[in-house]
Every structure is written in C-alpha cells, then in structure tokens.
Design a protein around this ligand. Structure first.
Ligand code: PLP
Length: 285
C-alpha cells in the first residue's frame, strides 16, 4: 500500500507526519471519506463541497485546488489498486512549533491521503444481518457540523458499544433525543410508518449519504420527516438504520439490548440500501 503525504507517495509503513503537526497536537484538522465503487469515487461532489466548507469554517487555507485534490485522490486509489473500498483525506493546519494561536501566515497545511480495499461481500453480509446499537450520552462540542479529526468522544462511545457487545453507539442529547451514530447518521421508520431523521439545524454532521438518500426517497415518491426522535421512539420503531459513506445504508436490529421487531433488517432499509448502491455506483466518477 502507498499513502500520499504532503506531495509525495510513500510506502504505507513509512508514511509519517511531523511530531509538531497541528493535527497530532490539537486535532486541528478536517477529513473526508469517499466510498470507492469499481475504482471510482461515489458521491464525489458532495464530499468535496463539504471538505471545503469544513476548511472554511476552521479558517484553514485549502492546500490545493479541487482539481488537484481530485487527481491526488484518484491517483491514491489507483496506486492501491482499490476496486471497492474507501479513500481517506486529511488536511491539518500544518506543522509549527507548538502554540495555540494559528501558525504564521503561509504555513502550508498538511495533506494526507490513504485508500483501502473493503470486501464488498462481507459488507453485504453484515447488512443482511444488521447491527445493534447502544445509546450513549452525546458529550461532543457544539460544532459537529464540521468534519474535524477531533473524534475522541466518538471513539469512546464506539468502544463502550463494542465492550457491551453492540455494533455501534447512538448518541443522545440532553433532551433524550438521538443526534447521530459515532460515524453515521441515524434514521427510523417510526411506529406509524413515517421515515424520520434528525434535521441538520441540530448539532450533527450533514451526512452526504443522508443527503443523497433524501433525494432517492423523494424520487421514490416517499417523504422524509426531518424531525428528531427519542430513544423510546427508536426502540418502538419498525426499522431503525444508519447511513454513511463506508456503511451505505445499514439496518439496525437492536437498541440497548432490546430487539427491534423480529430482530431482522426491515424491508424499507433493505430497499433503500439497494437504491443507494445502484445510484451511487452509476454516478461515481
Ligand atoms: N455522522 C458522523 C459523526 C460521521 O462521522 C459520519 C461519517 O463519517 C456521518 C455522520 C456520515 O456522513 P457521510 O454520509 O457523509 O459519510
């Protein structure tokens, strides 16, 4: 495997950044993840647009043009011979002597790109079974709309879920409403059959998979109710599921140890997964 680090493609095992990189010291950076389908990047524009927004919100200078970044992403996918998998891009505020204020103007941002293959059949098998989730308090900062590399609360919640034998955590705000998963957006078909996901005015990441799935849902003549739901709503739901670039649409079959329905993935989640995969694979570039 190879990784792109600040202008150079290096063997993966030797791809390193400086000890004084601000990503390392302050989590002062952002990232994006694209799904790779048949060697091409899915939901390309959505993720690229969100990357530039994240950079803008943190006042990190774009390290290069969209076109140049696109070439690096493609080249990293190609050099790693990824057919199905993901490509990861991270941009930090660069390397400078450790000090909280922004480094001097002109300090170049650091750019890292890696790509890895994923076994598509294994992902399909996982989706056919569904995952369980554990609810955990959402104690993240107030700007979860920015895709920063500061993911410690997500890491701790995910590990708590795994330690409890669940597949992921769903984060819950002070009102008892679910915000999102540790690396995905949360959805339900509620007990009355309404398809619901939390609105993006809330402190959540504006998922690109969420956005694309909303378009698909409309094309199917269905509606999405962008309204928060509680842990109780989720437990009583017909079909909970999550969306993300790496998991696509993934059914949830248990919450906090309680089975949802018959404990099997629901029909709408399955259908939306297939529709999402068809559309994004068709439109990948
Ligand atoms: N929410 C969080 C906290 C995430 O980290 C992610 C993806 O990594 C998502 C939602 C899903 O976003 P996307 O569909 O753009 O991958």
């Amino acid at each position: 495997r190879v990784a792109y680090v600040n202008g150079v493609y290096r063997p993966h095992g030797q791809a390193v950044v400086h000890v004084e990189d601000r990503g390392f010291q302050f989590a002062d950076g952002v990232y994006e993840v694209w799904s790779v389908a048949d060697g091409r990047l899915a939901d390309f524009e959505g993720h690229m647009t969100r990357l530039f927004r994240s950079l803008g919100e943190l006042r990190i200078d774009p390290p290069m043009s969209r076109e140049a970044l696109t070439r690096v992403l493609r080249e990293t996918v190609r050099r790693n011979r990824v057919r199905d998998g993901i490509v990861y891009l991270q941009v930090t505020r660069g390397t400078a002597r450790r000090d909280h204020p922004f480094p001097p103007p002109g300090t170049p941002p650091s750019v890292v790109v890696t790509a890895k293959s994923m076994n598509f059949d294994a992902l399909e098998a996982k989706a056919a079974k569904g995952i369980t989730v554990l609810t955990q308090p959402d104690n993240r900062w107030g700007r979860c709309d920015i895709k920063t590399v500061g993911l410690l609360p997500n890491v701790l919640a995910k590990q708590a879920a795994l330690d409890a034998g669940a597949g992921d955590a769903w984060l819950v705000d002070e009102m008892g409403l679910i915000t999102e998963g540790t690396s995905n957006n949360a959805w339900i078909v509620d007990k009355d059959g309404a398809l619901r996901t939390r609105d993006i005015q809330a402190n959540i990441l504006r998922g690109i998979t969420r956005q694309t799935l909303m378009e698909i849902v409309k094309e199917e003549g269905l509606t999405v109710d962008e309204r928060p739901f509680s842990v109780e709503d989720a437990k009583q739901a017909r079909e909970p599921f999550v969306t993300s670039a790496s998991a696509f649409v993934l059914p949830v079959v248990g919450i906090d140890g309680a089975k949802i329905g018959d404990g099997k993935p629901g029909p709408l989640a399955k259908r939306l997964r297939d529709l999402y995969l068809d559309k994004t694979r068709d439109e990948a570039i």
